[in-house]
Write a protein that binds this ligand. Structure first.
Ligand SMILES: Cc1cc2nc3c(=O)[nH]c(=O)nc-3n(C[C@H](O)[C@H](O)[C@H](O)COP(=O)(O)OP(=O)(O)OC[C@H]3O[C@@H](n4cnc5c(N)ncnc54)[C@H](O)[C@@H]3O)c2cc1C
Length: 472
């Protein structure tokens, strides 16, 4: 490693001096307990360390920090909820625009929208909306950043009825790579607004206006079946998912059960009439009669409670890695691959979950937002998580042959022949360039054109973009 020179020190000093001349010094963190807290992410396996964290409190702070980083050639990144598996909220030795102090949420009940700070968590938005009898379209977890989720698309349990999180973005205030501030919506800077909905990082979203819906309570819950029943249950679910009404979105997968043995996991969310959703022979409770469940907890529940339940399943501070595949159904060979992978889980914290993409999410024309896939599909998450402190090459589970990462890579590779090209950008990383290249399909050309117009030097480089239209 090259040793640091006097010139490096002088540059650092000048950079910090500029930051501290524009932003209160107690919000410019370079060490100490506050810095240590600020660099803790969801995934403890991330070992990227930034040199400076700026706790931004306003759009003006964001602009000042971007300008200082440009003036001194320091790479920058943006931190929202800190849930990216790769730790793309940070860059090595870089400056972090930490938005965790910008979590305000204002609800306009009459017009059914929320104005949310760039660092608001999904749970912040849902809790505020719920107090007004409304809800927001989020993913399954409350601790995920609302904007981070939305920029990549945002699969979630209300997707069948209200589309992706990105489909519910009404407008955004964005600070661009040159430090300028723009307000974008369908009429103003429409290309930028198009790109923000699924296209990732084009600037810092300091505030966003999000559509709300009058569904504070859903019928939801968890059903677990023994893995030995998986063939029949997955076959039945294949048909049910294909025909499900917009109000019913079902996440399915495999989780280690209460006794450590893998189970089939079925997590329905009904966002329609509560009586219909909760009826004994209704579409939700029927899902608990596909076999002999070891657990079936279903009922009307506040959206905030369902988000908190997922947060409890995936607490921050463990180590992990993720891969994703997009498939048309989990039947036949795909079901066989995933069933085998579940039986070989190397950790009690690992999981396989597929999100159903259907209904309202499939209706916007493919070119209407940057999001790269609009036909019905299942987005499969392969999640390997292990206790902080174990090495990633730990050998455990199954017959002892697999380390956590081998399990992940082998399952990901085994799914390839049955998968559609591309993948979900919020879960794609540098290890899967072929999937990145195909993640935007016919939207690639426009997306790259917007990128060169608003961020020609790729100051915002976190979300992997295809390198050329020839890739797609
Ligand atoms: C436990 C868990 C559950 C998840 N569940 C779902 C799910 O149900 N559905 C789904 O679609 N995804 C899900 N995800 C994936 C999640 O949507 C992405 O990882 C998302 O990018 C996280 O956003 P964040 O703000 O929390 O993370 P961060 O790591 O802070 O940021 C992620 C990326 O977004 C950028 N970013 C964040 N905020 C801003 C902003 N205001 N302006 C500009 N750029 C910003 C960051 O620079 C970074 O590139 C889940 C992830 C985890 C770990």
């Amino acid at each position: 490693m090259p040793s640091r020179t006097d010139a490096d020190e002088t540059a650092d000093t000048a950079f910090l001096a500029e930051l501290r001349s524009r932003i209160p010094a107690d919000r410019v963190l370079t060490g100490g307990p506050e810095y240590t807290r600020a660099v803790a992410l969801f995934n403890a396996a991330v070992d990227v360390r930034p040199s400076v964290v700026v706790r931004c409190a306003s759009t003006t702070d964001v602009q000042a920090a971007i300008r200082a980083s440009c003036n001194h050639g320091v790479p920058l990144s943006v931190r929202g909820g800190g849930h990216d598996f790769w730790g793309r909220a940070f860059r090595p030795g870089g400056l972090v625009l930490d938005l965790t102090a910008m979590r305000g949420v204002q609800v306009d009940v009459d017009h059914r929208y929320a104005t949310v700070g760039g660092g608001a968590l999904s749970s912040d938005v849902v809790s505020a909306a719920e107090r007004a009898g409304l809800t927001a379209v989020t993913g399954t977890a409350g601790s995920v950043g609302m904007v981070g989720l939305t920029l990549g698309g945002g699969y979630g349990p209300l997707l069948g009825q209200f589309g992706l999180a990105a489909d519910n973005l009404l407008s955004a205030e964005v600070v661009l790579a040159d430090g300028s501030r723009v307000n974008t919506d369908a009429e103003h800077h429409p290309d930028l607004f198009w790109a923000l909905r699924g296209g990732g990082n084009f600037g810092v979203v300091t505030s966003a206006r999000i559509r709300l819906h009058p569904v504070p309570t859903v019928v939801s819950g968890t059903i677990l079946y023994p893995i030995d029943e998986s063939a029949g249950i997955l076959a039945d679910l294949g048909g049910i998912l294909q025909d499900s009404p917009d109000e019913l979105t079902v996440d399915v997968g495999f989780l280690p059960g209460p006794d450590g043995k893998p189970t089939v996991y079925v997590a329905p969310t009904w966002s329609g009439n509560l009586e219909v959703g909760n009826a004994r022979n209704g579409p939700v409770r029927t899902l608990a009669r596909l076999g002999t469940p070891v657990l079936a907890e279903i009922g009307p529940v506040a959206r905030s409670t369902t988000l908190a339940a997922t947060d409890a399943m995936f607490p921050p501070g463990r180590m992990g890695a993720i891969r994703t595949r997009t498939v048309q159904s989990v039947t036949g060979s795909v079901a066989t691959v995933l069933d085998r992978a579940a039986r070989e889980f190397t950790s009690p914290f690992s999981a396989i979950v597929w999100h159903q993409f259907h209904g309202a999410a499939t209706r916007p024309p493919l070119g209407s937002t940057a999001f790269g896939r609009r036909e019905p599909h299942l987005m499969v998450e392969l999640i390997s998580m292990w206790e902080n402190g174990e090495t990633k090459d730990h050998t455990g589970g199954g017959d002892g042959r697999y380390s956590h990462l081998h399990w992940l890579e082998e399952t990901h590779a085994a799914l390839e022949p049955f998968s559609l090209p591309g993948g979900y950008v919020n879960f794609l990383g540098p290890e899967t360039p072929d999937q990145v290249a195909n993640s935007y399909g016919p939207n690639t050309k426009r997306l790259l054109a917007v990128k060169s117009a608003v961020d020609p030097d790729s100051v915002f480089s976190a979300t992997p973009l295809p390198t050329s239209t020839a890739d797609a």
